[in-house]
Write a protein that binds this ligand. Structure first.
Ligand SMILES: [Zn+2]
Ligand SMILES: [Zn+2]
Length: 376
């Protein structure tokens, strides 16, 4: 816990507190009562889903990965979509959200982190929003956004936009199918509350539970189930280590619909310059983290023991890096040969494949040894 009281001298924001307290009550009681009286129709659920997806991706793909991290480039039409539908998530304007978030990364776990987990789970989750922004707030950390006319326009009209997209539009969609109150409750209140707590969980749970494969330097953690609930944002340890990467779930099978959305739009040239951390850098970060974890475990062990374990670890790491380099070289060679397949006989291709299989076997053995060495 932080020793100084970060909330000292801050004024409570009764508007924020009321909104954060009343929306869940209306979402639960109102929707429950509505279901009791009118039942559930597919239109209600579709209304929820529509606004859940639109405002959700505007936050994860837009506010977070585009505005806060500039992890890729995008066309103004997509930027406008992010700003309009992001407002409907009731999470502040993109300018303020991104500014808070850049501070979170820069000062993570310290007193300057706006939603530091060191202030406790509730404060990191939503307690920090209970306070008014300081009147002397500056935006020094978002100079790029201050030059963006669309961002400034959204900041100026944030309240109007958020009411229109957050409540009026779901009501109108509901009205179109003869269920206006269903639209307001399902696509408005219920969806806002769920999207809120999905985002809030990344600031609380993703700094409390899960694994740390890429860095032990801060409290961030990776968890697949949180990623599943948050459009891929739950791979938070990777994200804190490589915040400029457009992916949070780095493996192809990691549940990260936001990265798939950005990738698919790049095929249509709506997004561009997708920032990817090189595989080698990620691989080395994992090894560094494994080594740091072992070093921590060795705190208090005798000097002789420390030296012995670290020497073993170093040799295991070198063997693993060698095996990986060799595998990458052989694989690159195979791909080149395959590209010129007509010029080569099928026997040549078979030989390359066999070579790759041998390298993979060697790599698996070296990985296995590494994992055993790390289990001290
Ligand atoms: Zn974080
Ligand atoms: Zn981030």
């Amino acid at each position: 816990m932080l020793t100084t009281n970060k909330t000292q001298g801050k004024q409570l924001s009764w508007v924020n507190i009321s909104f954060l307290m009343l929306t869940p009550i209306i979402a639960l009681l109102g929707t429950g009562l509505y279901i009791h009286q009118n039942g559930i129709q597919i239109f209600d659920f579709l209304n929820f889903l529509l606004f859940f997806i639109l405002t959700g991706v505007a936050i994860t793909g837009g506010y977070h990965r585009y505005f806060a991290h500039r992890a890729y480039g995008c066309k103004p039409i997509l930027e406008l979509f992010y700003l309009v539908f992001g407002a409907g998530a009731f999470q502040n304007s993109a300018l303020r959200w991104a500014s808070d978030h850049r501070d979170h990364h820069r000062y993570v776990d310290t007193e300057q982190d706006p939603y530091s987990i060191m202030m406790g789970a509730f404060y990191a989750h939503m307690g920090w929003i209970f306070y008014k922004e300081p009147s002397n707030r500056n935006f020094d950390n978002v100079p790029d956004l201050l030059k963006d006319r669309l961002v400034l326009w959204q900041d100026r009209h944030y309240l109007l936009l958020s009411m229109l997209i957050g409540f009026v539009l779901p009501l109108a969609v509901g009205f179109a199918v003869g269920r206006p109150w269903g639209g307001l409750l399902w696509g408005g209140f219920l969806r806002i509350v769920i999207t809120h707590h999905m985002t809030f969980s990344i600031n609380s749970l993703a700094h409390m539970v899960g694994s740390q494969s890429y860095s032990l330097e801060d409290s961030s953690r990776d968890s697949w189930w949180l990623a599943f609930l948050s459009n891929g944002e739950g791979y938070h340890n990777f994200h804190h280590r490589f915040q400029g990467d457009y992916r949070n779930g780095v493996r192809w099978y990691h549940w990260d619909p936001t990265k798939w959305f950005v990738k698919i739009l790049s095929w249509m040239r709506i997004t561009s310059h997708l920032n990817r951390t090189p595989d080698d850098t990620i691989f080395r970060a994992r090894l560094d983290t494994d080594m740091s974890r072992v070093q921590k475990k060795l705190d208090g062990a005798s000097e002789g023991m420390r030296r012995h374990v670290l020497a073993q670890l170093q040799s295991g790491r070198e063997a693993l890096e060698r095996a990986r380099r060799r595998w990458a070289e052989v694989r690159a060679g195979y791909l080149q040969v395959r590209a010129n397949a007509i010029a080569h006989s099928s026997q040549v291709l078979q030989d390359w494949k066999e070579n790759i299989r041998n390298c993979e076997k060697e790599l698996r053995q070296a990985s296995h040894r590494w994992r055993n060495l790390c289990r001290v």
